[in-house]
Unconditional design. Sequence first.
Length: 480
Amino acid sequence: MMRRKVWLLVIGVILLVCALGTLAACESYKATALDKVGDKNAVVESNGGLVVKQGDYLYFINGYTDYLTENGKDNWFGTPVKGAIVRVSYHADGTLSDDYVVVVPKSVMASSENVGFSIFGEWIYYVSPSADTDRSGTVQTDTLQFMRTKIDGTDTQVIVEIDDTSVKYKYTADALVWYDSSDNKLYSKDLTAKKFKKSAKGDCIAEDVASVHFIKNESYDPKATGTPVADYVLYTKNSKLSYENTNTLYAIAPRGGEAKTLIGADTFSGGKYNVSVIASSVEENALAIYYTKTEYVGTSSSGTVVGTYAYRFAAGTDFVFTAANEKQLSTSDLSSITPISYAEGVVKTGSNTAIYHTDGTAPTTFGDLNISTLLAVENGAFYYLDSDGKILYYPLDNKSNAHYAYTTGEKVMTSFTGAEYFGGYFYFIQDDDYDYMSRVKLADIDIYSGKDAAVTRVAKVTAADQAKMDEAEAEDKDAD
């Protein structure tokens, strides 16, 4: 009799679980492989941004969709199109085919600073807001899911979940590296694993971290050997001595190991300094860093900024710093700068925009030009956004004033992200009634020719939006 009661209880539990399962569906990552698949062995360009090129395909974030929704199912795998990662054939001259295909049907975004995705081999790595709900049914949009999907659209996995929408991170071919500001630790999650436990932070590769700087690793060559310079992570630790205000700058590989000291308390013989990295660049496998130095005298906690500096290490990952070889760009804190190249210097943005040079020559000034959001320095001009999100350009020869890149008035969605320059085009989410990816060709931006650059949509448009577009176009024709 007792055995019969136990079996009845087990059967009852099973039936209850099944009943609940029919009431509460779960998000599924099952997908059918795409008919055509890209080359996983091809070189990747523009990793970490809005558009990524691998071989003969351009992958891009299709547009913006309001992911802060009360309905978590809006971001279930297989549902999103506008915020998804879409693929299109890319030709050598920069033109595109019309074979748009959704590869990752998830809303891809984090904070505006960290929007972007990367491709390494057969995997697409990205971040998406959680579509899960708590016991009260509230969607957990404050939780970010770090995910990956194969380039054929299958085998989607959640790598880790982090309850911080502004977390600093970077993907590399071997690891996801992220900084937990709540415990001042740097974590590395091994991406060579076949499966992941999403609640596991990964391996702690540095602790007592005061600041982190992630070098951009925009290109990836699967045939290359060793850890690329651009995959390293820079971070600082403050002095353990309470009466010292100095810090130490380190570089560490994405999977951890022994950290390499770049700049320490005794690096400079002329004084004691605190170093803050504000920009970096990698050219021909050589790292260049741009940093401010604050000098501290005795035990005083009041430091004095002595300037902004540049330093280029020898090619490779030895990172040997020789104080005599650093270049002073300015005696002040330039704060916001964008490197052009180590030889050409950096652009100091903001009010009175200027170029500061590493060869010791005086800065190149441009009157009272104020650039808050610099997009690129190309073709002899600055390209930047105005306060409305429109693209302007200003010739570096100072022979002309600022001009709009086009007169048709399209705007960049600056609340979500900016614009990205790649392959002769500026790509951006267009801030209009539809919010899809668009682009404008740099070569067409030329006031002297009298022609107007055309902004064209680069997107897989939903049937509903296409119907609205067609209706609006018909109304415009009737009005004419």
